[in-house]
Design a protein around this ligand. Structure first.
Ligand code: HEM
Length: 509
């Protein structure tokens, strides 16, 4: 029987309550009011980034004990299965944008461990545009639609984006990846995932090992070509979500292996770049990732909104035995995600939503607030208390931050070790096959050809000259640049006051 939200049986859901056959609708029609009221409030804010996403349930299976490196419960027993939920996403487009945009893909994994939720909120590209989280609003403003004209939607081909990028040399490595075939995956099932930052694993003896997380697809990697992407976007903008839905419904469960790059401080110190710099990666030829488990996606959500939309990933969700590094991007993210969920999900009780609730026993004294679904039971809602009631801290089993010694002056600064913005961009470019290199050049030409401001194009070519001469010349020729700019001055490129002087043209230096 159809009922109201209050459980009242409904006799007629086709007609509102009126005076006479043609008269006005009456205010006392509580069924009509409740139905329309609820409909009016169906939308919540879309995510400020990664708005378009698609999720699936599954499990993570641990291959063997990693207790040497971490005390995290999830890594203690071979063969143990941990429930998981994954949300894949594009970054720039709105919730209704097309799947095949040239864009980074989010790869966010929630692992419901026995010691609370662990979120690895990653992307399909192992590096990022910026080194410090304070630049994130600028990056995202520049890539999203321009505020006066409200376009372009879900693509990076516009002046604002390339203006910001050309004034942000630290983004050059990421730009090479974003202009490569990686940014137009054939399917969500054929993508790698990366935790990007350097994290820590901490074992029972409180010894720390640095770690980078990588998800490797069992199916391998595949991309489409740009002309295919453009056609697919027009013909079937849901191409990626349909592919994931169809394959899981057909019992073809996509699978990824979790592989770790593990290293110590001495190894980190052996590089010219800084392992705390999210625009850099540790080449897998130098440090081979080791497989530690597999992730299998085997069930679609029952309800897209309840699960995929309401899932709240947060980098700060780590279990005991996993810890952060000082990467300034990661540190900023650890603040940002909690803050954004409060707004997006309407209050502090978003952990009460089933998709976000831990699947292990949990006890705390947090109470009240909008939409509270769980409240402390009994008299005591504080501790310590004299009644022997309620949960207690556990110095042994609880989360202890790795006791990294820190000291230094408080200052706004970026370390010199973050200064080289071109070497890894070059390494990535030359690691590509000639066909793939051609795709990068074509992508840069296509995107920059949409840029109306000449100096922005020239500034980009000036950066490309520091990456690969042939690439720069090809893009310059295809863009019809009249004269070749001078290479961007690497010293200027690393100046930290660059952002403070946005009119500065690298060409002039
Ligand atoms: C959302 C990854 C940097 C703020 C997301 C999502 C992913 C992601 C995968 C979507 C989560 C989902 O599916 O619900 C990354 C990666 C980054 C990065 C890999 C860099 C390595 C940042 C930074 C900030 C930030 C620096 C802010 C300082 C946000 C916000 C959301 C988001 C506010 C929306 C969250 C929501 O409403 O659910 N990010 N992000 N991200 N990210 Fe990031």
């Amino acid at each position: 029987m159809l009922t109201t939200a209050q459980g009242g049986p409904v006799s007629d859901d086709q007609n509102s309550l009126k005076i006479g056959a043609r008269g006005p609708t009456v205010l006392e029609d509580f069924h009509f009011r409740e139905k329309i009221f609820h409909f009016d409030h169906e939308r919540i804010p879309e995510r400020v980034v990664h708005a378009r996403g698609y999720g699936a349930h599954g499990y993570f299976e641990t291959y063997e004990s990693m207790s040497k490196y971490t005390r995290a419960d999830i890594f203690q027993r071979a063969g143990e299965k941990t429930p998981a939920f994954v949300r894949f996403s594009t970054v720039a487009g709105s919730k209704g944008s097309a799947d095949l945009a040239r864009d980074v893909r989010g790869f966010a994994v929630k692992l419901y461990t026995q010691e609370g939720n662990w979120d690895i909120v990653g992307n399909n590209i192992p590096v990022f545009f910026i080194q410090d989280a304070i630049k994130f609003p600028d990056l995202v403003h520049s890539v999203k639609e321009e505020p006066d004209r409200a376009f372009p939607q879900a693509q990076s081909a516009h002046d604002n984006f390339w203006d910001f990028i050309s004034l942000t040399p630290e983004s050059m490595h990421m730009i090479m990846w974003v202009m490569s075939d990686r940014a137009i995956p054939r399917s969500l099932r054929f993508m790698e995932g990366f935790g990007v930052h350097t994290f820590r694993m901490v074992n029972a003896k409180d010894e720390s090992t640095f770690v980078k997380f990588h998800w490797k697809p069992k199916l391998g990697m595949q991309s489409v070509a740009w002309n295919e992407a453009v056609k697919i976007n027009g013909a079937d903008p849901d191409f990626h979500r349909r592919d994931l839905w169809d394959s899981i419904q057909a019992g073809n469960f996509p699978e990824w292996e979790l592989q770790l790059q593990l290293f110590d401080q001495a190894f980190a110190d052996s590089f010219d770049f800084d392992v705390l710099d999210a625009t850099k990666l540790i080449p897998e030829e130098i440090l081979a990732p080791i497989p530690v488990g597999r992730l299998v996606l085997n069930r679609m959500p029952d309800n897209f909104f309840a699960e995929t939309e309401q899932v709240a990933f947060m980098t700060q969700n780590v279990p005991p035995g996993i810890d952060f590094s000082n990467d300034p991007l990661l540190q900023g993210r650890n603040f940002s995600y909690l803050d954004t969920q409060l707004k997006r999900l309407g209050g502090p009780n978003f952990t009460h939503i089933p998709i976000n609730a831990p699947k292990c026993p949990f006890h705390h004294f947090q109470q009240d607030g909008h939409m509270a679904m769980r409240s402390p039971v009994g008299r005591v809602n504080y501790q310590p208390n004299s009644f022997g009631e309620g949960p207690r801290e556990s110095p042994e089993r609880g989360f202890r931050s790795f006791a990294e010694p820190e000291e230094g002056p408080k200052q706004r600064i970026r370390a010199e070790s973050f200064a080289d913005h071109y070497s890894q961009a070059r390494q990535f470019y030359i690691s590509q096959t000639p066909t793939e290199q051609g795709h990068i050049a074509a992508a840069l030409t296509f995107e920059l050809s949409k840029v109306k401001t000449p100096v922005i194009r020239e500034r980009m070519v000036a950066h490309l000259l520091n990456i690969d001469d042939g690439l720069a010349k090809k893009v310059a020729a295809d863009l019809g640049l009249k004269a070749m700019p001078k290479p961007a001055d690497a010293a200027v490129a690393t100046r930290q006051d660059l952002g403070a002087a946005p009119s500065l043209s690298i060409l002039e230096n």
